[in-house]
Each structure stands twice: as C-alpha cells, then as structure tokens.
Design a protein around this ligand. Structure first.
Ligand SMILES: [Zn+2]
Length: 281
C-alpha cells in the first residue's frame, strides 16, 4: 500500500459537494398528483408469480401501484417507452439525481437522448423507514438485477429464475419474440421494496430482510406511455440469498388506475431533453 502524504488527514477532511444539486430540476405538482390519485379508479390488475415476471402497459396520465400481497417480497422493475423500447429506465442517472434510494416525489428518468421523467413516485408506504443504522434503505437504484451470468461467475451454477431471466421471458412473451431478441431490452432495475446499502468498512453492496409487509405499496404516475415488467425476485424478502430456489417467495400485484376526467388537466407531459445532440461538431 502507498504511504499516505503528510497532509492526508487534511485532504480527507475536505467537505463533499453534491454532484447534481436538484434545486433547478422541474418539480412535479405533487398536490395535483395526490388529488388525482385519490379519485382514480382501478382499471386493470396484473400478478407477477413468485420467481416469475409479468408485463403491463400504463397510458400516460394513469397511475400504477405495486402491492405486496401474501408475504414480504422484493420486485425488480423495468420500464420502457411503450412506443419506443430504446427509451428505457436509466437507473444510474436516477441515482445521480435522487440518491441511492427513491421515495415519494422522486422520478424515474429515461435513457439518453430523452432523459426525461418516465414515472413519478406519488405514494410510498415504506417512506417511514429512512436510512437505518447499517446505512440501508428501501427501493434502491444501486443494485442491477439478479442474473444467471453473475451466478455462473461466482458459483458455476446455472439458475434460470433470476430476475434478469424472468424479465427476459416476460418481455419475449409480450413481444412474441425469441428470448435472445428480448434480452437486450432488459436493463438495470428499480429494486422495489428491497432494503440495501453499502457496507461502511468495505463499501460492498449489501441486502437485508425487506421491511415490506402485505398491504404495503409503491405508486407511480406514468409521465409517458409505459411498458413495464415486474419480476418477483427469487430472493423473496432478500434476507438471506437470491439466485436459487431456497428463499420463500410471494407474488406481487400491479394495479393500473385511471384518474377522473379533468383531474390532471394542469399536468404537462414531459418533452424529450432539450439538448440539440450536436456534441460540439
Ligand atoms: Zn432478483
């Protein structure tokens, strides 16, 4: 290891600055959204079976709610622009803008060149959790999704019901195409209900038993027409392990809700990003 310089402590003591201050981000009208959600009616319900995934569509200006049912369960969520699958959820930029975990008022941002809000979180029954003594919190954008490639790397095992494979199969069924055509559309997820963080001593990604219980839910407004896919992770509540059939798993439900006519009249659909894409040429 390299010898520390004489002023090592002084260098460590420099205060951090926030990379992306969000004061200038366009803010959603949360009071408008909450009022629209209160009057919304259920129009569809989709169930992701344990160790499996399901696709669903949400028209712009509708809500979707992910419910914990039957028992504690973590979900891995992918989102696409329903009209153009190349515009998809960008977990890295969402993390850079909102932090490692998201809750009410935070937005799920889409990939370049659009970089616009795809969905806004309007209700979160786990918002009481905050950040625990281990640095853990709920609904992360730091994990990726459990997948068979990392499993093969670490254990040499082939497990076919990781979230990556569940999402791939669900999208292939939805698009009516082979799994190898659907797979490139699968991307890093929002880990719904999952409790995660980084260990303070080694900086490693950790998970712990999710605080979610049946009746808990996370609700979004679709800012654009969305195609979603939700996997009920083989890790169950992710208290012990994933990428195996060991954990107890439960289904997850997605409910689509339509607001009353006129309830979102003041809502403005997000436009594609304003950058002209000339890149200095
Ligand atoms: Zn998973």
């Amino acid at each position: 290891m390299s010898l520390p310089p004489e002023d090592a402590e002084a260098r460590r003591a420099v205060a951090p600055v926030i990379c992306y201050p969000t004061e200038t981000l366009p803010q959603p009208d949360m009071a408008l959204y909450a009022a629209a959600l209160a009057g919304a009616e259920e129009v569809d319900k989709i169930r992701a079976a344990p160790r499996d995934a399901a696709c669903f569509e949400v028209p712009a200006g509708h809500f979707f709610r992910i419910d914990s049912v039957e028992g504690p369960q973590v979900g891995d969520l992918n989102l696409w622009n329903a009209r153009d699958l190349s515009e998809r959820f960008y977990s890295g930029k969402t993390r850079a803008l909102h932090g490692t975990h998201v809750t009410t008022g935070d937005r799920l941002w889409s990939s370049f060149p659009n970089l616009r809000p795809m969905a806004t979180i309007v209700a979160d029954t786990l918002d009481w959790y905050g950040i625990d003594a281990f640095g853990g919190s709920v609904h992360d954008v730091i994990g990726t999704r459990c997948d068979p490639y990392t499993g093969a790397l670490l254990s040499g095992q082939a497990y076919h019901h990781c979230c990556h494979s569940n999402l791939t199969r669900a999208l292939a069924t939805w698009l009516d195409c082979p799994v190898h055509e659907a797979e490139p559309h699968i991307h890093d997820v929002l880990n719904v209900f999952m409790c995660t963080g980084f260990t303070r001593d080694t900086g490693q990604y950790f998970m712990k038993a999710s605080p979610v219980r049946p009746g808990d839910h996370l609700t979004f407004l679709a800012e654009i027409d969305l195609l979603g896919a939700l996997s009920a992770c083989p890790g169950g509540d992710c208290s012990a392990e994933h990428s195996s059939d060991t954990a107890q798993c439960h289904p997850l439900e997605v409910t689509i809700l339509r607001p009353k006519a006129g309830a979102l009249d003041r809502w403005v659909r997000p436009k594609p990003n304003a950058y002209d894409r000339s890149h200095g040429v």
